[in-house]
Design a protein around this ligand. Structure first.
Ligand SMILES: *Cc1c(COP(=O)(O)O)cnc(C)c1O
Length: 409
């Protein structure tokens, strides 16, 4: 794993006070849930108004050409590319992450037609596993999803494996897989590697090129702040651009969508991973959100993320009785979130949220706190620790209202 050493000189170069000022952070709220839904970038509001009123409203159908709507999935994809170490022209936006997992897995499997096993791990986000189960069932009963414990992945990569489908940063514990090492191992046995970057993109420096990922996918509503339901991205390594077929062969990925041919012909390069009509309004909002990254060096982001998460862990361990660390202690083995366990984690989190400290709960017993350097600072960490310590010391999490379950946790 590439470890980023804390470097006070580069850490001073990105102005995180300036990036924090780019977000609308509601008064009285300490927001540590950007790993689930990033906050509203102020610029996104004006951008949404413009795309709705000036483009859709005034241009109508002409917007596809005059406002560049048709090219938006690739244009925004290039901005994501910079954040994940991908070359321009290798990332495209669209659909949801679940759909992009399906596409990447189906493409990769078709490139290994003599193999039948997909390898994933029990720390993966369930939708990735569900999508794999559904896809494999449709391909035939000889296909199999093998799920092992996260620390058993390396040993489970053998020459039966067609594809490894792994999420780099564990959504509950923040444990980070060693992307270059596991990818190299997959390649050694002739398998392809798909990386889900849902909790990596915008959270840690990612380099899909150096890591030699074959495919990578991710969502943009977490650390990339694109808003609820923002479009997902898919990366295909340039070496595979001609071999990878999109599986979901929609007209927007056709070589000539407006020829209206009866037969599918894949478009050039990453364009073929487009499926249907792009979500123009959502892409405009995401595009505005990505402005916050323009002056950010990823090494600075990492240094700041480690500073915040280490301060949080130290504070929790010194001041909060009854919780235990669920995340790896070594910051280089973590992403940008920290999980702590408590037997009544759900109620404790509800009590925190009632007092304006917003994290989230992941079953069965994890309190999850995300640290997003663009807008979180040490004052947020201190407030979260202080409120958590007080809630635990007084036991006020045990009030009946904090035990009532909401649909979305
Ligand atoms: C958040 C997340 C998803 C969500 O998928 P959607 O299709 O956007 O709902 C999928 N996979 C991982 C690893 C995630 O963390």
């Amino acid at each position: 794993m590439t470890s980023t050493v804390l470097n006070p000189i580069t850490a001073a170069m990105t102005d995180f006070t300036a990036t924090r000022a780019m977000f609308h952070l509601p008064a009285g709220v300490t927001y540590l849930d950007g790993n689930s839904l990033g906050p509203l970038p102020i610029a996104a509001q004006e951008r949404a108004r413009r795309v709705v009123a000036d483009e859709w409203g005034e241009m109508l159908i002409r917007g596809w050409n005059t406002a560049g709507w048709m090219a938006a999935p690739g244009r925004v994809g290039d901005r994501i590319a910079r954040l994940i170490g991908a070359p321009a022209g290798s990332v495209v936006m669209g659909d949801t992450l679940s759909i992009k997992v399906y596409q990447a897995l189906a493409s990769a499997l078709s490139m290994r037609p003599d193999r039948r096993v997909v390898l994933s791990d029990s720390g993966n986000f369930p939708t990735d596993l569900y999508i794999a189960q559904g896809l494999l069932a449709s391909l035939g009963s000889d296909y199999r999803l093998k799920v092992v414990a996260p620390d058993e992945v390396a040993d489970a990569i053998d020459d039966n494996i067609a594809v490894t489908l792994l999420t780099e940063v564990d959504y509950r514990t923040g444990r980070r897989h060693d992307m270059p090492a596991l990818t190299a191992r997959a390649h050694d046995v002739g398998a392809l590697a798909i990386w889900d970057l849902a909790h990596s993109a915008g959270a840690v420096p990612v380099d899909v090129t150096a890591g030699a990922a074959d495919f990578a996918v991710g969502c943009t509503y977490k650390y990339l702040n694109g808003g609820p339901g923002a479009p997902a991205f898919i990366y295909v390594a340039p070496a595979h651009h001609d071999a990878a077929l999109p599986a979901l062969s929609g007209w927007m990925g056709h070589a000539a969508p407006f020829a209206f041919d009866l037969d599918y012909r894949p478009g050039k390069g990453i364009e073929r991973m487009r499926v249907g009509t792009p979500p123009v309004i959502a892409l405009a909002v995401l595009d505005a959100a990505l402005d916050a990254w323009d002056g950010v060096a990823m090494a600075d982001l990492r240094a700041r993320s480690i500073e915040l998460s280490e301060a949080f862990i130290a504070g929790v361990e010194a001041r909060c009785a009854g919780v235990t660390l669920a995340s790896p202690r070594d910051p280089h083995a973590r992403g940008s979130q920290v999980g702590v366990r408590h037997p009544q984690a759900y109620a404790v989190m509800q009590a925190l949220i009632a007092e304006g400290v917003i994290g989230d709960f992941r079953a069965p017993d994890i309190l999850r706190f995300g640290f997003a350097p663009l807008y979180n600072d040490l004052a947020d960490v201190d407030r979260a620790v202080t409120v958590l310590a007080d809630i635990l010391a007084t036991g006020r999490w045990d009030r009946p209202e904090f035990h009532a379950r909401n649909a979305v946790t």
